[in-house]
Design a protein around this ligand. Structure first.
Ligand SMILES: [Fe+2]
Ligand SMILES: [Fe+2]
Length: 265
């Protein structure tokens, strides 16, 4: 069993596709991950399962790897206490989670924005451009930059999960670029497709960060690092305060507008 725990997950799934199905069923989405060089042991560790959940998961995986045999399950050593999943974020991580809530307030409006978008209306085009300004300025230049320039800097850049997060940020930027191109062409379908693509990437990305990445990072950061990171975030937040207020007003305004649309329909 130890041998497989030290094998990259993609290799294990390649040889034993049922392991991928077991991980998927446990809500551990390794199959769609484009990087996939995490070891099986990292995958188990990073999800911080409770002792019982972990034993059950490893038991089901062992039954696939060694069919018909009884194999001893290893006791995993952890860098912090194991689940059950009650997430208590450190103060800097809590700030990032709060920023996710703001980003998701906009993402929640995307289906309605896409559905009602009229490519011939200058007002609608301006609304999309203000949305792009929110995404680029708040979600990307402010929030993603804090992650990439500060938080991720405390960890090995070659970690699979960090490469996957960078890849998500890049995909989000690509959707925004395609959105602007479609807007230029007054292409309603293209606008809807890019908005939908952005919403899908960000929804999944934020869930992974909130539920897996940030708790795992918190467990691996020292108190000194958490304090230092909090101070560095505070400096960035201070510089961005005026823009943050502008984005808050945008969110309140657009939420009010779409609530009115829903009510009057
Ligand atoms: Fe991120
Ligand atoms: Fe994030």
């Amino acid at each position: 069993m130890e041998r497989y725990l030290r094998t990259p997950i993609k290799e294990v799934i390649g040889r034993f596709p049922d392991v991928g199905r077991i991980l998927d069923a446990a809500g551990i989405g390794c199959v769609p991950c484009s990087v996939g060089t995490c070891l099986l042991s990292d995958v188990v560790e990073i999800h911080n399962l409770s002792g019982d959940e972990e034993r059950e998961l490893l038991g089901r995986i062992a039954a696939v790897l060694y069919p018909g045999q009884v194999v001893p399950l290893p006791e995993r050593r952890r860098s912090g206490p194991a689940g059950p999943r009650r997430i208590a974020y450190s103060p800097p991580m809590k700030r990032l989670v709060d920023e996710h809530k703001r980003i998701m307030r906009f993402v929640a409006l995307i289906p309605a924005i896409a559905r009602t978008f009229d490519a011939a209306s200058e007002e609608h085009r301006q609304m999309i451009l203000r949305g792009v300004d929110f995404i680029r300025s708040y979600a990307d230049r402010f929030h993603h930059a804090k992650e990439e320039d500060i938080l991720f800097g405390y960890f090995d850049p070659n970690l699979d999960i960090l490469m996957a997060m960078h890849e998500d940020h890049r995909k989000g930027r690509d959707h925004v670029k395609n959105l602007l191109d479609a807007l230029d062409r007054r292409d309603k379908k293209g606008v809807a497709a890019s908005l939908g693509g952005y919403a899908a990437v960000l929804t999944e990305h934020i869930k992974k960060e909130d539920e897996i990445l940030y708790p795992w990072m918190d467990r691996n950061l020292s108190t000194r690092q958490v304090g230092e990171m909090f101070e560095r975030f505070r400096e960035v937040d201070e510089k961005f305060e005026e823009a943050r207020r502008k984005h808050e007003e945008f969110l309140d305004g657009i939420e009010g507008k779409f609530k009115t649309v829903e009510v009057t329909k």
